[in-house]
Design a protein around this ligand. Sequence first.
Ligand SMILES: [Zn+2]
Length: 487
Amino acid sequence: MVKKRNFLFFFISALVAVLIFVVIFLITSENILQSPGNKEVSINGIGSSLEKTNVQLKGSLAIIIIDDFENRISETVYYIQIEESDGLKEYQLIFKKGKEPGGISGQEIDAIGKLEGEKFFVEEYNLYTPLKDPNINIGAIGVQKTAVILYNDRTHKDERLTKEEVWHKVFNLSYNQSINSYIKEISYNKTWLEGDVFGVYTLPCDARKRDPPCYSGGWEGREAIMDIADPDIYFPNYSRIIAIPVNICCVGFSTIGKSIVQTEDGRVFLSYLKVGWADIDRGTGSHEFGHSLGVMHANDYECGEKVVEDNCETLEYGDGFDQMGQCFDIKHCGHFNPVHKEFLGFFDNFTLMKIEDDGIYRIVPYELLSNNLQVLKIPVTYILNWHENSSYFYLYYRQPIGFDSRYSNLSGVMINIDSTLVYYGRRDGKSRLLDFSPHSDNEVPQREDSNDVVLRKGERYVNDRYGFSIEVLEENGEYAEVSIQGL
Ligand SMILES: [Zn+2]
């Protein structure tokens, strides 16, 4: 009897110990759930497991992307904007590597971490989707009221541009390399720019000494540039700012979508980009404007000798057909790919279709407004956190039309994928072009390899993992016909 009681006591004690251990493990383990689709997600352990020195911030994101085309790298910088009684507070968010949220400016975020000066080191976060008001945050359809601000540093103060020259490169629809011409065409006339040119303003700094805002003109520099223009501009009349350093150099950068900007005229929701004067009509202006509208880069997905697998390399700017990639030319590259066009709302319901059944589908080139089908979304499903999720292959027919005129030898269809397929639910906003003539890196230089990507007439691609096949039955410049089986 005594032995039995001892055993029972020991057993219960052990059980309690195990339970305590499990509870402690659960509340201290780092467990950030990325947003699957449009659902709101939660963090385990907020407020219970963290050191008292850690603080919680809740606000909206301002995301800035800085382009370094030469070295084919880009830097994404995140800020949290917090409404406080004494004004708008802003801190730079430093995420752990691989835990960056992607997303778009204006998204609500709840973060726990350590504040050091103006920087906030994020331990855990919760990103809320969808946007509270997509029309405000993105608003990529219709007129884009744009204020162009010209500025110089004090060493270049005598160098001038006429407002007509600037208006021509940014707004003139009769000039086929203007930002407006590009945006209007790729949006099927759904989006266009209207606005005004202000300046040239002289900033009291020296670009040669790399004084911000003259040299970098980064996000921190916008205040000085907007302040100096503020007496002439009523900012609530605009939703887009294009800052142009007339003769000081520079990388291009833009916000991803719109964020809150404090002006003398009150708080305004604006996108803000900077592009050098020489680069505006070389495609860089339209690239940065694409970021302002809300899209990230058009990349290449490189799986060696395979078309698509898990964990392949993503080459930044690697989609050489797309203005959000890089085509290394002094003129514009081609149209945004369908992943980005769909995000911006450029397609009509009948031109882009999510297919559900096996069959033969006919699509027409996707460059011009059409009454016919232009893009097929081929569904793939995967399991994330025990839930079934969907992603898509975007199949389309790029032909030498309009801003795609340079691509005269594309005799097949192209496919891009969304990042949700690569990261199992996480959206980094970057599209990835698949290569249907893949080589290993030593056979063909990567850039050349990525120029030859189409699935040609007569070719059949079988995706073992998701169990479907795509065969191109016909391709003649007017349309392409594909057979999709095994869905
Ligand atoms: Zn970029």
